[in-house]
Design a protein around this ligand. Structure first.
Ligand code: FE
Length: 208
């Protein structure tokens, strides 16, 4: 049954914009003493400045250069990442999926925006959009094409739906031109999108 729009309905007193809703909720929780402002600021600072895709990039670069590390990562990323100190919020139960010449992996969260925060930081806005969440599943090749990637027909596209239980990180194919570089240099080739599957590793801009 359609739900009639009612301007006077109490729910309409809530701000329409999610950011305003969050602000309103935060204000109430702070006023009631249920939330500590310093704790909130510390978490935001951590995810804005300390944690980001450079962490995932380091892991990928190391896997490219170290086959033993790579096989451990593919087999049991959770243990490897915990030992490396990359656990934490939304970082439990990470599974690493490897791109090969026969398969390209693409990660989405169809339900909301589950994402490996300790490895990639906060998710980009498009990752949370309705369009990406539905189209990544219904027409992944079209979505990839819009991101500038055309996957050959001979290569299958595998879509992984992240959940609160499992989050995925893509291990992209190492570009041939980067083979032999030391890990710190290699990490610069690993873009955030290449670890979601919506991009490929790229020669760093300062190297072109
Ligand atoms: Fe989610």
């Amino acid at each position: 049954m359609p739900h009639d729009y009612d301007e006077n309905h109490v729910h309409n007193l809530l701000p329409a914009e999610p950011a305003l809703r969050v602000k309103a909720l935060e204000t109430i929780l702070l006023e009631k003493g249920l939330l500590d402002q310093q704790a909130v600021d510390a978490i935001i600072d951590e995810y804005e400045h300390r944690i980001g895709p450079h962490i995932g990039a380091k892991i990928v670069a190391r896997a490219w250069n170290d086959l033993v590390f790579k096989s451990m990562l593919l087999e049991d990323a959770e243990t490897v990442l915990r030992e490396e100190g990359h656990a934490g919020r939304q970082g439990e139960h990470v599974v690493v999926v490897e791109n090969t010449n026969t398969v390209h992996n693409l990660v989405v969260c169809t339900l909301c925006s589950c994402y490996p925060w300790p490895l990639l930081g906060v998710p980009p806005a498009w990752y949370k959009s309705d369009a990406y969440r539905s189209r990544a599943v219904s027409e992944p090749r079209a979505v990839l094409s819009e991101f500038g990637i055309d996957i050959p027909k001979s290569r299958s596209v595998r879509v992984w739906d992240s959940t609160a239980e499992i989050r995925y990180l893509v291990l992209p194919i190492q570009p041939k031109e980067s083979i032999g570089l030391p890990a710190p240099e290699l990490a610069k080739w690993v873009t955030r999108n290449s670890m979601i599957g919506t991009g490929l590793p790229q020669r760093p801009k300062d190297d072109q």
